[in-house]
Write a protein that binds this ligand. Structure first.
Ligand code: ADP
Ligand code: ADP
Length: 231
């Protein structure tokens, strides 16, 4: 599903060069659940921006679902981003003056889907994350956890091949964080490929694999040892 080889990203600030990624190689297969960890400045966000086709690498190869992203034109990137990738952010990134349904419909606007079908798919997507009772509420009428559910519904409405989440529980309390993580877990259980960034070990444990970055490189890449539940 994802193949990355010798990936580099250099930011140029004035005459200074910052090497955010210094040769990253990895493969992520369909159905994986990956947590990306590492100290601040280690390249996690840069990696997510490249994975999400928001940013092109300076060097190296990135193949997503048979598309060679590293060689793609910007127009193609926008198309691939819209069709193949679902994004979830720390601060939800919802439009404030629009309802949950309208927020979730947004990614479908670019796909030329008729209004009625758009609405139906948005409603179904919201029902799938347990928000069937809050369809017509605006973000400021919803709790943080509910807003994050809206953003997960929006991320999924186009049936993306990967779900990318950057600190999705960073703005939530512990109980709500676990509720949101159990949604990611259910999605992964039903086959969705999930990649998230977190600095919280308890959150990373929901994943099946943890990749640790340091100084723009992969420091460690290991499967998660699942704690045996004692009942
Ligand atoms: P992390 O997400 O792990 O905190 P980042 O990917 O944000 O790390 O940053 C990696 C390095 O790249 C840091 O040195 C950071 O300052 C630099 N960097 C990130 N984004 C930019 C940018 N848009 N312009 C210049 N430097 C950047
Ligand atoms: P408990 O004592 O209830 O097991 P935990 O903090 O271990 O408390 O878990 C809280 C919730 O998070 C539980 O519902 C559990 O199913 C889930 N959970 C904890 N660890 C993992 C893990 N490694 N993988 C999947 N789910 C987990």
């Amino acid at each position: 599903m994802i193949k990355i080889e010798g990936l580099k990203k250099v930011y140029q600030i004035g005459d200074q060069q910052i090497q955010a990624l210094r040769g990253v190689s990895l493969e992520i297969h369909e159905g994986e659940f990956v947590a990306i960890m590492g100290p601040s400045g280690s390249g996690k966000s840069t990696m997510m921006n490249v994975l999400g086709c928001l940013d092109k690498p300076t060097a190296g190869e990135y193949i997503l679902d048979n598309y060679r992203i590293s060689d793609a034109h910007d127009d193609d990137l926008a198309f691939i981003r819209n069709r193949k990738i679902g994004f979830v952010f720390q601060n939800f990134n919802l439009l404030p003056r629009t309802t949950a349904v309208e927020n979730v419909e947004l990614p479908l606007m670019y796909s030329g889907i008729p209004v009625r079908e758009r609405k139906e798919r948005a409603i179904m997507s919201l029902q799938n994350v347990g928000l069937g009772e809050r369809l017509w509420n605006k973000p400021n009428e919803l709790s943080g956890g509910q807003q994050q559910r809206v953003s997960i519904a929006r991320a999924l409405v186009n049936h993306p091949v990967i779900l990318l989440a950057d600190e999705p529980t960073g703005a939530l309390d512990t109980k709500t964080s676990l509720e949101i993580m159990s949604i990611f877990q259910q999605l992964n259980d039903s086959g969705k490929t999930v990649i998230l960034v977190t600095h919280e070990p308890d959150i990373a444990e929901y994943a099946k694999r943890i990749i640790r970055f340091r100084d723009g490189q992969i420091e460690e890449d290991q499967p998660v040892m699942k704690r045996r539940m004692a009942y």
